[in-house]
Design a protein around this ligand. Structure first.
Ligand code: SF4
Ligand code: SF4
Length: 217
């Protein structure tokens, strides 16, 4: 498509034309199956006790919150493509119409941050599910903790949590935050998290569905 303004091309017109050419990109997920589910991260299934650097496989059971999807255990264990690798311990139905999340990077590598931002892209469009991001914990319904929780961020996490109004959820995102991943221990203890979103980093599908379930969808 040729779009010319004032006798020349403009980048904004180019992208406008591209948008029309490609059509609507937003998926219906979680109301329909994911259109492009990644193989990793996804639910791993298998048997035996293969070597696992994070002890994600113990007594024949796979712990999503410890898995960094390094593939050491394959082919004994293989990814299924299923994106349901999250755990919701508490729901807040009051957040169905408006759910603001505040992200706290407590020592992440950056990949978890990128995937969390991705849920607001046109393909996933978390806003259509009334999920929004805020830069202030005072406006937040949930804090999403990423990373291994460095000493310097302990006070920041405490202050942010105390500044949030009730009801408030603590969401742990990524293997680092849930269990310490390859580096160490869970920063504040898994029993304290209301929601765990597994992956290294988690896929946008897993994040979206976990957030939806956290408010009782
Ligand atoms: S992919 Fe890596 S971290 Fe995950 S269970 Fe297999 S060996 Fe463990
Ligand atoms: S869980 Fe993986 S992707 Fe997320 S911060 Fe840790 S190393 Fe990075």
């Amino acid at each position: 498509m040729d779009i010319r303004v004032g006798g020349g091309y403009s980048m904004s017109n180019f992208w406008f034309g591209e948008g029309i050419r490609k059509g609507k990109k937003t998926e219906r997920f979680p109301f329909a199956p994911p259109e492009e589910p990644p193989e990793r991260p996804s639910r791993m299934e298998g048997s035996g006790e293969p070597y696992c650097p994070t002890q994600a496989i113990k007594d024949g059971k796979w712990d999503a919150g410890r898995c960094i999807f390094c593939r050491f255990c394959e082919p004994g264990y293989t990814p299924t493509g299923k994106q349901d690798i999250f755990k919701v311990n508490r729901t807040e139905p009051v957040l169905k119409k408006s759910f603001y999340i505040y992200k706290l990077d407590s020592g992440a590598c950056g990949a978890c941050n990128v995937e969390l931002e991705t849920i607001f892209d046109p393909q996933y469009d978390a806003n259509r599910l009334n999920i929004f991001i805020t830069n202030s914990p005072r406006h937040a319904d949930a804090i999403v903790v990423m990373g291994v929780h460095t000493d310097g961020m302990k006070e920041a996490l405490k202050n942010a949590y105390e500044a949030m109004p009730e009801p408030k959820l603590i969401i742990s995102m990524g293997a680092c935050s849930i269990s310490g991943g390859i580096i160490g221990e869970s920063p504040i203890g898994r029993e304290k998290y209301h929601v765990e979103i597994a992956g290294c980093p988690p896929s946008p599908y897993t994040i979206l569905e976990a957030l939806a379930r956290a408010r009782g969808d």
